[in-house]
Design a protein around this ligand. Structure first.
Ligand SMILES: Cc1ncc(C[n+]2csc(CCOP(=O)(O)OP(=O)(O)O)c2C)c(N)n1
Ligand SMILES: [Mg+2]
Length: 393
C-alpha cells in the first residue's frame, strides 16, 4: 500500500514566470537599474556613503562614552539596506533587527533623529527611550529596530497581513487614503534562522499568501558563530523556503546594482501576486558583532578580502568609469564624488551637533508611549495607560 501525501501542483507557478528568472537574465530587455535615471544611482551612492560616515562617527561617539548600551554597526552592509529599500514604494512597511541604523537612514530618517536616539535625547526618533537597537519611524514606514533575535519576523508578517487585509477586505487604508497592494520586508540576521518564531511566521505566510519578504542579511556570522556551524543547509538556505511553499532566492547583497536588479523583480512579483518570498542576501560586516568583540572567530585576511570589493568603491567606480550619460560623458566626475563626500560629512557633523545640544527627556517621559491601549474602556489594561504605575512592579 502506498500513501501519497505529495501535492503535485507547484504553488509558485511555472518556473519561467518566476521573478528569480527575470527576462533580462534570459537576454531579453534591460536590467532594472539601466532603466533608472542616472541621478538615482548617484543618490544610492550618497545614501551608502552617509551610512558609512554616520557609523564611523557613531563608533567615535561610543568610544568617547557619549552613547551607552548596546551598539551594532552596519559598516560593510550598506548595499543590502539601500538595494532592497530602493526596490520598494515609500509606504511599504519594513521591520528589522538591532543592527538598524542603516535601514533607518536609507528609509529617510534624519541624521539628527537617529543620532539623538543613541544619545538618549528627546529629539531622537523614539524620544531617546529606545537607543541604538530601537530605531522607529512611522512616517517612513519603519516599525523598528528589535533586540530579540527573530522577534521582528512575525511582526513583519503581521504588517503584511494588515496591508493585504486593508486592500482585499476593508478596501481602504486605516492610515488614510485608498488601500493598495503592498509588500512588507522583514529583515533578519542569519542567526535568526533557527528561531521558532520565524518558522511559525513563514508557515502562515506560505499558507495564507501573506505578501512579506523575509530578507536574511546573511553576513556569515551570528556573533562569533559561523553560519555553517549554526544552521542546516547553509549552502542553500532557499531550501528552508521550499519547506513552506515560499519563493526563495540567493542574491548578492554586497553589490547594490546587482542587489536591486535581482531584488526588484521579486518585490514586483510579491506585490502583484500578493505572495511571500525569502531572500538569502549575501553580505559582510567589516567590524565586530558589537562595539566589544575581539573577533577571534575570523581572520584578518577574510575581512580584507571583502573590503577589497567594497560596495561604495564599486558603485563609485561604476559611475565614474562605466556608466555614461546621454552626452557620452561618465555619470560621476572625481570632483563631484569629492563634493558628495564633503557634503555628507557636513550633514553628519551638523546632525551630531544638534543631537549633542538637544535636551535629555524629562523624567515624566518614562510613563509616556510605553503602552498604548487603543480601547482603554474595553480591557482591564486601561489601568496601565496614562502614566498609572504598573502594580506588578
Ligand atoms: C532570542 C535571543 N537570543 C539571543 C540573543 C543574543 N544575541 C544578540 S545578537 C545575536 C546574534 C545574532 O546574529 P545575526 O542574526 O546573524 O545578526 P547580525 O548580528 O549578524 O546582524 C545573539 C545570539 C538575543 N538578542 N535574542
Ligand atoms: Mg549575522
Amino acid at each position: 500500500m502506498s500513501i501519497a501525501h505529495s501535492n503535485a501542483v507547484n504553488p509558485l507557478g511555472h518556473p519561467e514566470n518566476l521573478p528569480t528568472n527575470p527576462a533580462w537574465k534570459r537576454g531579453k530587455g534591460k536590467r532594472p537599474s539601466e532603466l533608472l535615471p542616472d541621478a538615482t544611482l548617484v543618490k544610492w551612492l550618497r545614501d551608502m556613503y552617509l551610512i558609512r560616515e554616520f557609523e564611523n562617527r557613531t563608533a567615535q561617539a561610543y568610544q568617547a562614552a557619549k552613547i551607552g548600551g548596546f551598539c551594532h554597526l552596519y559598516i560593510g552592509q550598506e548595499a543590502a539596506a539601500v538595494g532592497t529599500i530602493q526596490s520598494l514604494e515609500h509606504d511599504d512597511p519594513i521591520v528589522t533587527a538591532y543592527r538598524d541604523h542603516g535601514h533607518a537612514l536609507a528609509r529617510g530618517m534624519s541624521v539628527e533623529a537617529c543620532m539623538a536616539e543613541m544619545y538618549g535625547k528627546i529629539t531622537g526618533c523614539a524620544k531617546g527611550k529606545g537607543g541604538s537597537m530601537h530605531m522607529f519611524d512611522k512616517p517612513n514606514w519603519l516599525f523598528g529596530g528589535h533586540g530579540i533575535v527573530g522577534a521582528q519576523t512575525p511582526l513583519g508578517t503581521g504588517l503584511a497581513f494588515a496591508s493585504r487585509y486593508e486592500w482585499e477586505v476593508m478596501k481602504r487604508s486605516v492610515t488614510g487614503g485608498p488601500a493598495k497592494k503592498k509588500v512588507s520586508l522583514a529583515y533578519l540576521g542569519d542567526g535568526a534562522l533557527n528561531q521558532g518564531a520565524l518558522h511559525e511566521a513563514m508557515n502562515l505566510a506560505g499558507l495564507w499568501n501573506i505578501p512579506v519578504i523575509y530578507v536574511v542579511e546573511n553576513n556569515g556570522y551570528s556573533m562569533g558563530t559561523a553560519i555553517h556551524r549554526g544552521t542546516t543547509m547553509s549552502e542553500d538556505l532557499t531550501k528552508k523556503a521550499d519547506a513552506y511553499g515560499i519563493l526563495g532566492a540567493i542574491i548578492d547583497g554586497f553589490d547594490v546594482i546587482d542587489c536591486y536588479d535581482h531584488f526588484k523583480p521579486i518585490v514586483d512579483w510579491c506585490r502583484e501576486n500578493q505572495k511571500p518570498a525569502f531572500v538569502d542576501l549575501k553580505t559582510y560586516r567589516y567590524l565586530g558583532h558589537s562595539m566589544s568583540d575581539p573577533q577571534k572567530y575570523r581572520t584578518k585576511e577574510e575581512v580584507e578580502q571583502f573590503k577589497g570589493k567594497d560596495s561604495i568603491d564599486r558603485l563609485a567606480s561604476h559611475l565614474m568609469t562605466e556608466r555614461k550619460k546621454a552626452d557620452g560623458s561618465f555619470v560621476l566626475s572625481e570632483q563631484a564624488f569629492m563634493q558628495l563626500q564633503t557634503d555628507v560629512k557636513e550633514e553628519v557633523r551638523h546632525g551630531i551637533e544638534l543631537a549633542e545640544a538637544a535636551p535629555v527627556p524629562d523624567l515624566s517621559e518614562l510613563y509616556t508611549d510605553v503602552l498604548l491601549n487603543p480601547m482603554p474602556n474595553m480591557s482591564p489594561m486601561g489601568e496601565y495607560t496614562h502614566g498609572v504605575k504598573n502594580p506588578l512592579l
